[in-house]
Design a protein around this ligand. Structure first.
Ligand code: ZN
Length: 107
């Protein structure tokens, strides 16, 4: 039963971990926390795609939010639209984004 919980950990790593002493395990835990915090940090403003006008940038947790004015293309008399908030985060080495809307409600 116990093994089912750890099914994602490569066998050589779990075996190696089981044989470590407590101080080493504690250091490994800190190391893993560090690795996770790097992966989950929000994208740097410089990493984000160039857009028309960025009015405001905010960060919360692992997400960077940007308030942007949006141009939809040629021949539109209403351009630029918004401003609207977009959220950006990292996922598998890529920066993903999501439209949020006119209002940003951060907890
Ligand atoms: Zn437009």
């Amino acid at each position: 039963m116990l093994h089912k919980i750890w099914c994602l950990i490569p066998k050589n790593i779990s075996e190696e971990l089981c044989s470590q002493k407590m101080p080493v395990l504690l250091e490994i835990r800190d190391f893993v926390d560090h690795l996770i915090s790097i992966r989950e940090r929000p994208p740097e403003p410089d990493d984000l795609p160039e857009k028309g006008a960025v009015i405001e940038v905010r960060r919360a947790g692992s997400i960077t939010y940007r308030l942007e004015k949006v141009s939809c293309g040629k021949g539109c008399k209403g351009c630029p639209h918004g401003p609207y908030w977009y959220g950006y985060w990292r996922e598998g080495g890529k920066t993903r984004s999501k439209y949020i809307g006119k209002n940003l409600r951060l907890k």
